[in-house]
Design a protein around this ligand. Structure first.
Ligand SMILES: NC(=O)c1ccc[n+]([C@@H]2O[C@H](COP(=O)([O-])OP(=O)(O)OC[C@H]3O[C@@H](n4cnc5c(N)ncnc54)[C@H](OP(=O)(O)O)[C@@H]3O)[C@@H](O)[C@H]2O)c1
Length: 340
């Protein structure tokens, strides 16, 4: 069987370009004891992958030149020697951008999916996958959101941000999103129920813009971007506010020169809690999060936004578009196979 694979051709200089990736043919793996071979169906494009493309360790080993791109996927088990997993089952896990991957009990994020009737399988790569789970865990466990809080969310039209906006709204919070275009601002206020939006690309004074949109101050800041936006948000926090450190995408394309943060004194002055987290540390909370998210989606209370790119050959292009901010919602690649 042919196993197409997307490998790293060159270390990106800034925003990854489609030419930094290359489609090659590899051997189809055979499962050893305790392993299974899975057929990848959807790649979940993650901002975190950018940190693995520079040749430096970044909470995982760097991806070497010529190495397959590591990333989570929804996949179907083809052949299994792993207890508890059988051919035909649908799983999620950190695999590689290729037709067939090896998976075992040590695969990060490995979980068996039980797709519900009427729910598209692709949702399990995004809103009902890592993005929705990250938003849910971040808001509840790290941000300790309460009804009535003012919650400020950056990259609010993205995969994680669009879910965070809707979850916080459903929990009775006032939600203000920060986004990079007028179209995204319209989308989050008119379709996702955010109470306000700020376009950071057209605001010279971001602190003033946040203060105007949040006249009672910010209780919880869900930080997806870091940099200039984090700095401005710190200046607008209420006493005992919480800053959720989910990601810092604004610095991912330029990690050797991170943006300075000037407003750290606010941590003391406002007695803030600022806490980072990685979803995989909180996997015990995922089943409850999934139950709630499924219910909201089934009831029509949450809208899942997706940007689907067809074909494994286009994975590099799709990733480049995502990392330049050109997309809305969850970015995923539908692998061109006859399966669902
Ligand atoms: N902690 C965890 O376990 C965990 C898990 C998943 C994701 N994350 C983090 O969550 C964040 C969002 O990830 P995602 O997968 O949901 O991606 P995403 O938000 O769907 O996609 C990227 C979006 O980020 C924004 N962006 C890109 N470059 C930017 C820049 N230079 N400055 C400001 N914003 C920029 C763009 O939106 P605009 O047009 O609005 O700028 C872009 O559309 C990332 O920081 C990621 O690392 C963390």
């Amino acid at each position: 069987m042919k196993n197409r694979q997307v490998v790293l051709k060159s270390h990106p200089n800034g925003i990854p370009q489609p030419t930094d990736f290359e489609l090659t043919d590899a051997e189809t793996p055979t499962p050893g004891p305790g392993q299974m071979v899975v057929r990848n169906l959807y790649f979940s494009l993650e901002a975190a992958i950018r940190g693995w493309l520079d040749g430096k360790a970044n909470y995982f080993e760097p991806i070497p030149l010529g190495g397959a791109i590591r990333g989570p996927s929804v996949a179907r088990v083809v052949e299994s020697n792993l207890d508890g997993y059988e051919a035909g089952e649908i799983i999620f896990g950190l695999h590689h951008w290729e037709d067939y991957s090896l998976s075992d009990a040590n695969t990060i994020l490995l979980s068996k999916l039980q797709p519900r009737e009427g729910i598209p399988l692709s949702y399990y790569s995004g809103g009902l996958g890592g993005s929705g789970q990250t938003a849910y865990v971040g808001l509840h466990e790290i941000g300790k959101i309460q009804s009535g809080d003012t919650v400020l969310i950056s990259a609010a039209a993205g995969a994680t941000g669009s879910m965070a906006c809707q979850i916080a709204r459903l929990r009775g919070c006032t939600v203000i999103g920060i986004v990079g275009s007028e179209d995204k601002a319209r989308l989050i206020t008119e379709e996702l129920g955010a109470h306000g939006a700020i376009n950071y690309k057209t605001e010279d004074d971001l602190v003033a813009a946040i203060q105007k949109a949040c006249p009672n101050g910010v209780d919880v800041y869900y930080d997806n971007v870091g940099g200039r936006t984090l700095d401005a948000a710190l200046a607008c926090m209420n006493t005992f506010g919480r800053v959720i450190g989910c990601g810092m995408i604004s610095d991912y394309n330029n990690q050797d020169n991170p943006t300075p943060i000037y407003n750290m004194w606010k941590l003391v002055e406002k007695e803030l809690t600022m806490r980072g987290f990685l979803l995989y540390t909180y996997m015990d909370q995922v089943p409850a999060a999934m139950d709630q998210l499924h219910d909201w989606v089934a009831a029509g209370d949450i809208r899942i936004l997706e940007n689907v790119t067809e074909g494994i050959a286009n994975a590099g292009y799709a990733y480049s578009e995502m990392m330049k901010g050109a997309t809305i919602g969850k970015n995923l690649v539908k692998v061109d196979t006859d399966e669902d």
